[in-house]
Design a protein around this ligand. Structure first.
Ligand SMILES: O=C(O)C(=O)Cc1ccccc1
Length: 285
């Protein structure tokens, strides 16, 4: 059986680079938006879905986490981390200078990763947000000049664009985390080694109780469970209501995690395991 892998497309996205780094030979199907990709896993149109979840410069991809929490709950089966290099891509026929570029198109995370570059070198350009860096590159190839996209070198290749400036992201060490979602974890085969396992928890606190977040964190602290991320997001039910995503850099086990869950539930928290999964730090072509 050929395993169908959905990803945030179209061709030439960073998500596609992550998918190519992790999976070989499978049937790879692109989706225009993150929710469409997640829905496709849920509807069983594809077996596996890969979407971005967090960037080292710009932080969480809210659309992914919110859709997963509020709309479609699918387990996280694996995480792929790849390096990210942003480039300024222009049409083959564009012969102007940076100051001739009227519009810059890209995914909001890519724009944010190059904020200072745009501020310094493209102050005249208007910013246009797209569903992905790949669709920005597609736009530039279809609409000609004087506009630019921000994206990777695969996008330049796929859409026959010129790389006008390389490595325009504002900080080195730029990486993005991608999550691998699937109903059947047996179908997720990533032939790389890893020694990092992570567990992501979704925690909602009881209403308006002083010190409860401190108590939540102590439940992890006294068990010496190493947290690699804590983030609050609005519940979307009114101002002041949040849920927390907590990543623990340990696999789920039958002692510490049920202990933490019991302790948090006794405080009045609701705890859901979003996934316990290996993390693969991969290089891209
Ligand atoms: O738009 C893309 O190419 C994506 O895959 C999302 C994204 C955007 C910017 C950095 C990393 C991932």
């Amino acid at each position: 059986m050929s395993v169908k892998i959905g990803y945030l497309g179209p061709k030439g996205t960073f998500t596609k680079l992550a998918v190519d780094a992790a999976f070989n030979g499978d049937d790879k199907i692109s989706f225009k938006t993150i929710p469409q990709c997640i829905d496709a896993v849920n509807n069983e149109e594809v077996h596996i879905g890969v979407v971005p979840i967090e960037n080292a410069i710009e932080g969480t991809v809210h659309l992914s986490i919110d859709y997963l929490v509020h709309q479609v709950r699918l387990p996280i089966i694996a995480e792929i981390v790849v390096p990210i290099q942003q480039n300024l891509l222009v049409h083959r026929d564009f012969a102007g200078e940076l100051l001739d570029i009227k519009e810059v198109h890209s995914h909001r995370h890519a724009i944010a990763q190059c904020q200072q570059y745009i501020h310094k070198f493209l102050p005249q350009a208007t910013i246009h947000y797209t569903n992905s860096t790949g669709s920005a590159a597609e736009m530039v190839s279809a609409n000609g000049n004087p506009i630019a996209a921000i994206g990777n070198t695969l996008a330049a290749e796929e859409y026959n664009l010129n790389i006008m400036e390389e490595n325009i992201h504002d900080y080195p060490n730029n990486h993005t985390r991608f999550i691998v979602l699937a109903k059947n974890k047996e179908l997720v085969k990533i032939n790389h080694s890893t020694d990092l396992e992570r567990t992501s928890l979704l925690i909602t606190l009881p209403e308006d109780r002083a010190g409860v977040l401190h108590q939540v964190l102590s439940a992890f602290a006294w068990r010496k469970m190493n947290l690699s991320k804590i983030e609050s997001r609005p519940m979307k039910t009114g101002l002041g209501n949040y849920f927390f995503i907590i990543d623990v850099d340990e696999p789920y086990d039958d002692a510490l995690f049920p202990g933490v869950q019991g302790e948090l539930e006794a405080l009045g928290c609701k705890v859901t395991i979003l996934g316990t999964y290996p993390v693969y730090k991969l290089a891209c072509k």
